[in-house]
Design a protein around this ligand. Structure first.
Ligand code: CMC
Length: 428
């Protein structure tokens, strides 16, 4: 017999069904709660609230497991290409060779952006943060492809928007960096694969030959895969919520980029390097900063530490910690902040405050050190996260639309003033 929970309220008893996922996670289905009891639930930050059922990504925070469509992240990060993972996340299966080649070629075919985008780039001040530029550019796609605004578009048309987004985001990201640097824009080179093409657009200059270093390319491919999806996090939930109003894919993704920007989410990767640099400049006393993070009177938090879901370890952080060692060694880079990061981690993991609260390094703790070794500037770190997360956001948006989920619209408990009369200004 199907499991149920019983709620007793005002002398009456109500039964609510339990639903179970394929990995035996269970939830109380409260769809009829308000209609039957008059009650709503209250859950700040959605700490206990499932907002959807999903087939995309499985995350077990207690055991540090992360799988895309059933495949373990460790194996994917080691063996797959980023575009292959993008296909897997969006369409649910690993593409066969012919299918993959068609997908990759189509993406190559759409890497150019309309020349009028150059004028938009020129309109930004050179010190504009590339995340703001990126989200504006993605929204601007609606102006160039207005048909994307039609909520009743066919799946083939939606697929074209998906291809365009995946193809154009690296061009926009690299150009937002070039704009900030005041360097000439580099056009995509379709002889290169996805990751190498991005590096080419970032670092090639008309004055010199640029050859992509395979160590850099491999490391970036791994980083992008590790960031590609993370189920119902802040930005993915934003994308789904915006999409649930039948807003277009482009504007939903743009909203996701903005949600990612915050320092508690993807913006943490930039904040981590800034924190490590500040510790270095202060003399490298990691224990002093551990004490600051523990002090409730001090707003300082250990950036790159803690996670809403992982309560044992973040599998992405483990992979990146060893990747940081490998990449820095292969590139002959000696970055003193890597040592500071390791010392900080070691102290935190031995400290009662962090142990009790189950706070461990997250994906952002070591990723910035690798980005920096690859030559990517700090203000671009969160843009790199966005490039990686794009397929996940697309998959989440598509699933929401294909399941025909209702518009997202939470309830609240009102605690403001009760009804009162308007007071004319002269009598206030
Ligand atoms: N440094 C110091 N104390 C912390 C930290 C930290 N980084 N993270 C959490 N705590 C404390 C927090 O003060 C609270 O203590 P108490 O129980 O005494 O009030 C307890 O741990 C629980 O924290 P919370 O803020 O209630 O947990 P949350 O699930 O709401 O927040 C988090 C999760 C990731 C926002 C938070 O851990 C944090 O701010 N970390 C630093 C920012 C960061 O690294 N973000 C990247 C997250 S991973 C990338 C991504 O996918 O976004």
């Amino acid at each position: 017999m199907a499991e149920k929970v019983e709620i007793k309220y005002e002398g009456q008893s109500f039964e609510l069904p339990i639903i179970e996922g394929s990995e035996n996670e269970k939830a109380i289905d409260i769809a009829k709660l308000r209609a039957e009891t008059g009650l709503v639930t209250l859950d700040f930050g959605y700490k206990n609230t499932g907002s959807t059922i999903s087939k995309i990504t499985y995350l077990d925070g207690e055991n540090g497991i992360l799988r895309y469509r059933g495949y373990n992240i460790d194996e994917l990060a080691e063996k797959a290409s980023f575009l292959e993972i993008a296909f897997l996340l969006i369409y649910g299966y690993l593409p066969k060779e012919g299918e993959f080649n068609e997908w990759a070629n189509e993406i190559k075919h759409h890497t150019l952006i309309h020349e009028d985008f150059r004028k938009i780039f020129e309109g930004f001040p050179s010190n504009a943060h590339p995340m703001g530029v990126l989200s504006s550019m993605v929204t601007s796609l609606t102006a160039f492809y207005p048909e994307s605004l039609d909520p009743n578009r066919s799946m083939d048309e939606v697929k074209m928007s998906i291809i365009r987004l995946i193809a154009k985001l690296p061009t926009m990201a690299a150009w937002s960096y070039k704009n900030e640097k005041g360097h000439p824009l580099t056009y995509p080179n379709n002889k290169l694969d996805y990751v190498d093409n991005f590096l080419h657009m970032m670092f090639a200059l008309p004055t010199d030959d640029y050859k992509v270093d395979p160590v850099v390319s491999k490391a970036l491919n791994k980083l992008l895969i590790l960031h590609a999806d993370h189920e119902q996090n802040c930005s993915a939930s934003t994308v789904r919520l915006v999409g649930s109003s039948h807003a277009s894919l482009y504007v939903s993704i743009s909203a996701g980029i903005n949600a990612l920007w915050g320092p508690l989410h993807g913006g943490a990767n930039q904040a981590v390097i800034e924190m490590l640099e500040a510790i270095k400049a202060d003399g490298g006393d990691t224990e002093k900063f551990i004490a600051k993070a523990k002090d409730k009177e001090d707003p300082f938090r250990l950036m790159g530490f803690g996670h809403r879901v992982y309560k044992n370890f973040d599998p992405r952080a483990r992979i990146l910690k060893s990747a940081a060692d490998d990449v820095l060694k292969a590139m002959g880079v000696n970055d003193p902040v890597l040592e500071i990061a390791k010392k900080l981690e070691q102290h935190a993991l031995e400290d009662e405050y962090f142990v009790k609260r189950k706070l461990y390094p997250n994906v952002d703790f070591y990723s910035g050190i690798i980005y920096r070794a690859l030559g990517i500037p700090t203000e671009m770190f969160t843009v790199m996260f966005a490039l990686g997360r794009l397929p996940g956001w697309i998959a989440q948006w598509l699933e929401n639309r294909q399941n025909n989920e209702p518009i997202g619209r939470p309830r609240q408990i009102y605690t403001g003033e009760k009804s009162r009369d308007y007071v004319p200004m002269e009598k206030r």
